[in-house]
Write a protein that binds this ligand. Structure first.
Ligand code: HEC
Ligand SMILES: [Cu+2]
Length: 470
């Protein structure tokens, strides 16, 4: 924001200077406020790929830096390699937004630019006014991009709604029957959803199949997975999938970069037993993951896993929002915080309260429970712990072929990693799933395992005291 104001200030000063010199009156195009311009850029998700001076959240890791787009555009329209129809800066920028495939720019920060990366649907996502705001801003101040900053910082109206994007921790398929390897079809669809992040707070999640984490898949070692990766027609971004269970470059990502309304397919053989993360691998990958695009696939050994009474599916991730933790209303993604690894929210299964107030894990005294736990991240390692329980078995790093560790209090799970833990329940009550880096509890990271049954005073007895925080 600071840079923004500096930019604005310089602009206004140039404007005043021009006016004071009595030079030609600039034509009077419609002026747009800071808030209008920022909102248009946000809606177009431009800052996800481009560096744009003054626009919050700009990261610009894969697309041309637009700081100097005025000069670049002037050069481009008069060059022989340019194949578009623009003759001036405004038309060039407008054409880039409306018909991104008309021509391909030469230089991107990661190397030569490629066609088809800039979303083709911006013409539908943005209305005329929003496009004008962007064009006016990019084609160069001082010619009237902004009025005053009178309406700057206009806060968005608080929204309490937002779709439920929480994956129920019991939403997973049961053990496979004993069988020979076969082909298993895996259907994924990238869907961008305005979801509830916390009470009174919404966020635009990018999901696999509408929930966070994505669906839990269960196959047998030796199976061939046939992955169908769809991208919903309403998507503003391309999406893809990288399965850590797949052997081959990109884990599927090189074959599944999928545009809105399209579908891609690949097949792969599950060579290794284990519990594996899958995630979107479209640049900027960290942002696609943070926004909710991760899930787990279990590759069972021949003969399956030992039976248990209850199985649960839990994943941890972090979100980087424009407002601080707890701020009401719609939150935008903050790419600067993402790159600085400075999250506002830590969540299990996508949202604050997902596994406490909304969809707690339920079990009974006497049950053996198994938790398939993974970390989408994108950046933080979890020190996974269940308050009041000891893991009887930890399949460390989700290796299901090595002997499990026994009698473990807390286990570390890195981003893009998983674990399988098992324990039996002897005492009824409320157990809390946490990352033992407990400051994260204050940022939304908690889940309940509610255990019903008869008290077991031989194992746990006493009078509850007030204020334990448990
Ligand atoms: C998913 C990443 C992505 C998003 C989102 C995106 N762009 Fe782009 N953009 C690119 C890439 C990659 C190129 C260069 C390749 C090409 O020319 O198609 C590009 C090219 C451009 C250019 C031409 C740059 C030059 O140096 O000539 C402009 C202007 C532009 N984008 C503006 C925008 C605006 C405005 C938005 C938001 C409304 C936006 N882009 C959203 C990736 C993106
Ligand atoms: Cu994605």
């Amino acid at each position: 924001m600071k840079i923004f104001f500096k930019f604005l200030f310089v602009t206004v000063m140039i404007g005043l200077f021009v006016a004071a010199c009595g030079k030609s009156e600039p034509a009077a195009p419609k002026t747009y406020t800071e808030a209008e311009v920022s909102a248009a850029f946000e809606k177009g998700t431009c800052g996800t790929c481009h560096t744009i001076p003054g626009i919050p959240n700009a990261a610009g890791v894969i697309a041309p830096d637009l700081s100097n787009i005025k000069d670049e555009a002037e050069k481009a329209v008069s060059s022989s390699t340019y194949t578009g129809s623009a003759h001036n800066v405004q038309d060039y920028v407008r054409e880039s937004i409306l018909k991104p495939d008309t021509f391909v720019v030469q230089n991107c920060p990661t190397g030569p630019c490629v066609a088809g990366v800039m979303p083709a649907k911006l013409s539908e996502t943005l209305n005329e006014d929003e496009i004008n705001a962007i064009v006016s801003y990019l084609s160069g101040l001082p010619e009237g991009a902004f009025g005053t900053s009178a309406t700057a910082d206009a806060t968005l109206a608080p929204v309490t709604g937002g779709a439920d994007i929480v994956r129920d921790p019991t939403d997973l398929p049961g053990p496979l029957e004993v069988r020979e390897p076969t082909t298993v079809v895996i259907n994924l669809e990238a869907v961008e959803v305005e979801g509830q992040l916390a009470d009174g707070t919404t966020y635009t999640y990018w999901t696999f199949n509408g929930a966070v984490p994505g669906p839990f898949f269960r196959v047998r070692v030796g199976d061939t997975i046939e992955v169908h990766m769809k991208n919903n027609t309403s998507s503003t971004m391309n999406h893809s999938v990288d399965f850590h269970a797949v052997t081959g470059p990109g884990g599927g990502a090189v074959m599944t970069q999928t545009q809105a309304g399209q579908e891609t397919v690949f097949t792969a053989q599950a060579l290794n037993v284990g519990l594996f993360v899958y995630h979107c691998a479209t640049p900027m990958v960290a942002q696609h993951i943070s926004n909710g695009m991760y899930g787990l696939i279990l590759v069972e050994p021949e003969g399956g896993l030992p039976p248990v009474d209850k199985e649960f599916y839990v994943m941890q991730g972090e979100l980087y929002t424009s407002g601080a933790f707890g701020e009401q209303g719609h939150q935008m993604a903050d790419t600067t915080k993402l790159l600085n690894e400075d999250p506002d929210y830590f969540v299990f299964n996508g949202a604050v309260g997902a596994l406490t107030a909304q969809k707690p894990l339920m079990a009974n005294v006497g049950d053996t429970v198994r938790i398939f736990f993974g970390v989408g991240g994108p950046n933080f390692t979890s020190s996974f712990h269940v308050i009041g329980e000891i893991f009887d078995r930890v399949y460390d790093q989700a290796s299901l072929t090595a002997a499990p560790l026994t009698d473990v209090q807390t286990t570390m799970v890195p981003p893009g990693g998983a674990t399988m833990v098992e324990f039996s329940l002897e005492v009824p009550g409320n157990y809390i799933l946490v990352d033992h880096a407990l400051a994260r509890l204050q940022r939304g990271l908690a889940g309940y395992l509610m255990v019903e049954g008869d008290p077991n005073p031989a194992i746990y007895d006493g009078t509850p005291s007030a204020g334990s925080g448990h």
